[in-house]
Ligand binder design. Structure first.
Ligand code: 5GP
Ligand code: MN
Length: 351
């Protein structure tokens, strides 16, 4: 009897083990603008497989946020936008490719053709809905709150948890924390705490990870978060919605650096009457990044898929618009009747 019921089917674990056994060199790829879970799972896997003698390189499409550079092994990550030749060569000459924390090759941007062109077998480990990547082994479980937790369970089934060094455990802990807001949402699964206790027993300083990830800031971030909430948050109680916009000019004025607006979109959801929150950030003239968050059954994933060429999870999703910030805001406002219908349906069905 195992302690918990199987999350990854035995046939998949066996396939992963045989692919790993046959591979000396591996590349781990995660999504663009990698977050704590993408970086954490990739580096956890690297440390664990290196402990059994594999050669593992993590390749990311673009530069990871500075806040995550404390993760052990982060300094060895190859950034494809800085070193395209090196990234291409690694993918050409690898025995095995791991794709972690993304469900569609679109999420790795310019690296997609490199992965598609490679003849190496491909293992996907991910917790997003509806995986769209062809893989030799697809380990997909949207019930898991992070790819890190899912990866841990896979490594456990492979018998590799004892091999996971504290560096890998620290990376795993980081992703589990960031994808649950430090265990404040999607975090009622007791298994999370079983995993966490194993990681802490390995020597992970969970409190230090928290301080680095959630409690380390910068002047620009403090100002932007304050300004966004004080001056730029529009509440639409009649639609149970909140909208925040920040223009490039405003961001530049406050010394914006990537990552400075992380979690701003979550803030309005603390207001009981607000069910969904939308944040529009003008990254460049004519390009607006969209982030959405919601409560309960209101699916911002559906909204982002239908209207903004994006996706994500039911309660956290994103997309983009190639337009001015004004037009993006107008487009969002034009969707309010549709959002009202979604809310009505949820209320009627009592979900
Ligand atoms: P965030 O709002 O933090 O940028 O993204 C929240 C979640 O939405 C991410 O974890 C990701 O799953 C999804 N997401 C964000 N932007 C995009 C996008 O442009 N395309 C897709 N498919 N998903 C996105
Ligand atoms: Mn994730």
């Amino acid at each position: 009897m195992t302690m918990s019921k199987r999350v990854v089917a035995k046939s998949l674990v066996d396939k992963v083990m045989s692919l790993v056994a046959g591979a000396g060199k591996m590349v781990v790829v995660c999504h663009m603008t990698p977050d704590g879970d993408a970086m954490g799972s990739s580096l956890c896997l690297k440390h664990t497989l290196e402990a059994i003698g594999k050669k593992v390189c993590v390749v990311v499409p673009d530069c990871p946020p500075g806040q995550l550079m404390f993760l052990p092994g982060a300094e060895d990550i190859v950034v494809a936008s800085y070193h395209p030749e090196r990234a291409a060569a690694l993918l050409r000459n690898t025995d095995l490719i791991w794709c972690l924390d993304f469900n569609d090759l679109k999420r790795i941007d310019r690296m997609a053709p490199l992965v598609e062109a490679s003849h190496a077998p491909r293992i996907v480990v991910d917790h997003h809905l509806n995986p769209q990547i062809k893989a030799d082994v697809l380990v997909s479980n949207p019930d898991k709150s992070s790819t890190c937790a899912l990866l841990f369970l896979l490594l456990e089934d492979m018998g590799l948890v004892p091999e996971m060094p504290v560096e890998g455990a620290t990376c795993c802990c980081c992703g589990m924390m960031t994808d649950t807001g430090n265990f404040s949402y999607n975090s009622n699964d007791p298994e999370l705490y079983r995993i966490l206790s194993i990681l802490v027993a390995k020597g992970v300083d969970k409190d230090a990870v928290y301080t680095r990830v959630f409690n380390t800031t910068s002047e620009s971030r403090v100002r932007i978060m304050g300004y966004g909430q004080y001056a730029k948050m529009q509440l639409l109680p009649e639609h149970k919605a909140a909208v925040i916009t920040l223009s490039k000019e405003e961001l530049d004025r406050m010394g914006y650096r990537r990552g400075d607006t992380e979690s701003l979109v979550n803030v309005p959801l603390g207001i009981p009457e607000i069910v969904f929150s939308i944040f529009l950030r003008e990254d460049d003239a004519g390009y607006v990044k969209i982030s959405m968050r919601s409560k309960g059954a209101f699916s911002v994933k559906d909204l982002c898929e239908r209207h903004f060429g994006g996706g994500g999870h039911c309660n956290a999703a994103g997309g983009e618009m190639r337009s001015s910030l004004d037009d993006a805001l107008k487009r969002v406002m034009s969707l309010m009747p549709e959002c009202d219908e979604m809310l009505e349906k949820i209320e009627k069905n009592n979900i």
